[in-house]
Design a protein around this ligand. Sequence first.
Ligand SMILES: [Zn+2]
Length: 201
Amino acid sequence: MNLLSALRRGPWSARLLWLAAGVVLGLGLAAALVALSWGWPRLVGPGPALPEAQVARLEALGRQALETEDIPVAALLVYRGEVIGAGHNTVRAHHDAGGHAEIQAISEALRRYGEPEFFKLERGEMELITTFEPCPMCQGAIAMYGIGKVTYLGSKPLGRHLELEQARLRYLWTRRWVRPEDLQQRLFELHPSWPKGAKAP
Ligand SMILES: [Zn+2]
């Protein structure tokens, strides 16, 4: 007897039991999928070694973070083989919530090119190299700036990934939408380059 025919033909108690089993199975599969998507790199293990020059640069940057007792994480943004941005963690040094190494490296490239020119670069050719697997904030920056490839050295434990996914789900389920909802649209429209009548990006 399969699940669908049991749901159609069985007595109510049996139908509910099968339904509950289906829900538990579905949730289990979803949890396994999330765990697998975060955990698969450790199933295959790390790939080849980074070039020595990049390792040395990352180590020097990481050591700079230690001078201010910041968490020693370092990152490089590489474009067609050239380092266009570099950074280390400065959260403590600059009291900067966004001061993670990856965001610092992207920011340095933005300062170097200027925002419009940066966005003209071929993003698929950009590689962010970081000493520690990016957190959700940096993953967000990687998505927002369209960085094509991410390479990391130290990996986060699977448990930490799942904890952070739980925080992301909490955000999705606890956010509130309030009025006046047109304030942001009015602000967008005050920008000199805002196309008339355009909706939020
Ligand atoms: Zn981060």
